[in-house]
Design a protein around this ligand. Structure first.
Ligand SMILES: Nc1ncnc2c1ncn2[C@@H]1O[C@H](COP(=O)(O)OP(=O)(O)OP(=O)(O)O)[C@@H](O)[C@H]1O
Ligand SMILES: [Mg+2]
Length: 360
């Protein structure tokens, strides 16, 4: 077990800088998820921690010791990849034991560790089987077992669940979380799947284009996104955004010539009269009584998901596209106009230029 510290990490491939200064103190026993779109640099960060990529600038420390120059094998970490390759000719026991064997660990100790890992992963009955005789989820657990038996200080996971079908992913997610609670080993998990991130992580590092956008608990990131990027990336369906003007007093957002919303207990004098970005999550709208409400949606189409309903439509003079998520089942005809209520405490405001959250 160990803490991991990333201090102002940069990475260039040839002259092309892809990681532009990332810092994070990961605590001992913490489950950290690095989340971001494809190509934003998640795997590169993980591979630098593992020692598989040289760090261009900055410092990585594991358990208080700077590891910049240490070989991967000397960092006491174990990594599970998306395309984990098991040895096809070896049975499950041998697959898990192999790494220990080449480290010349005594046989009795290997036996003990493999049996223990198999028990935790519920693989005890499969130790004699070859990988081809296992399901995808079982194979994934063997790959995890290979890491567990090493009893590393840190686990690194690079999208290990992305080859599994939806049902198995959900199951493996729960198993992974249980495993983490049982072993308490510091874990860094890379994914571009926000649901995976929200359910697995103690904290998330949300990345975009080689930068950190926000570091926080899943709820912090959902309830108080620091940037428009994070606001749009976390949550499904994605947050709705509008270009609006703040009133001359800076205490209301003007949705149209006639409609405006009060801001809760604040006056944003700095942005008074200026255009800003307003964000509202689909799940935070309510249908208002007829003749009331602060905006009107004209329904385009409705998707009934069983537990709730997505309503897609347009609002305002410039016909901004909008999605609502309403509890229960609703059948609105195309063209229906619905008055909407927006709780003022559910508004998110962002600077139009920088995309940063405007303090409230
Ligand atoms: N060996 C390399 N040489 C040159 N450029 C690279 C190399 N590895 C990665 N890159 C570039 O660095 C950037 C980050 O890549 P990285 O693999 O870390 O992204 P990622 O967030 O893991 O994406 P994905 O979700 O698709 O796996 C990309 O623009 C990629 O093209
Ligand atoms: Mg990757």
């Amino acid at each position: 077990m160990a803490d991991v510290s990333l201090k102002d990490i940069y990475k260039s491939f040839y002259k092309n800088e892809v990681i532009h200064g990332i810092s994070c103190d990961i605590h001992d026993g913490e489950f950290i998820v690095i989340l971001g779109p494809s190509g934003c640099g998640k795997s590169t960060v993980l591979r630098m921690i593992a020692g598989l990529e040289v760090i261009t600038q900055g410092e990585i420390a594991i358990d208080g010791k700077i590891v910049n120059k240490l070989e991967p094998a000397d960092r006491d970490i174990a990594m599970v990849f998306q395309n984990y390759a098991l040895y096809p000719h070896m049975n499950v026991f041998k697959n898990m034991a192999y790494g220990l064997k080449i480290r010349k660990m005594p046989k009795a100790e290997i036996e003990k560790r493999v049996q223990n890992a198999a028990k935790i992963l519920e693989l005890s009955d499969f130790l004699d089987r070859k990988p081809r005789e296992l399901s995808g989820g079982q194979r994934q657990r063997v790959a995890m077992g290979r890491c567990i038996v090493r009893e590393p200080k840190v686990f690194l996971f690079d999208e290990p669940l992305s080859n599994l079908d939806t049902k198995l992913r959900v199951q493996m997610r729960l198993e992974l979380r249980n495993l983490h609670e049982e072993l308490g080993i510091t874990s860094i998990f890379v994914t571009h799947d926000q649901v995976e991130a929200m359910t697995l992580g103690d904290r998330l590092i949300v990345m975009n284009d080689g930068y950190t956008e926000q570091i926080g608990t899943p709820l912090e990131v959902y309830e108080r996104p620091d940037t428009r990027f994070v606001a749009g990336f976390i949550g499904s369906p994605a947050m709705n955004f509008f270009s609006v003007r703040l009133s001359a007093d800076g205490d209301r957002v003007e949705l149209s010539r006639t409609d405006s919303l009060p801001l809760p207990n604040v006056s944003l004098s700095e942005f008074a009269g200026k255009e800003i970005i307003l964000g509202i999550r689909p799940e935070h709208f309510e249908i208002a009584k007829e003749g009331s409400g602060s905006m009107q949606i004209k329904v385009d189409h409705v998707e009934n998901l069983g537990a709730d309903t997505l309503v897609h439509g347009h609002v305002g003079e410039d016909n901004t596209f909008l999605t609502l998520r309403l509890p229960d089942i609703h059948h609105f005809k195309k063209g229906t106009v619905l008055p909407l209520l927006i709780p003022p405490e559910k508004l998110h405001l962002f600077d139009k230029k920088s995309g940063n959250r405007i303090e409230d």
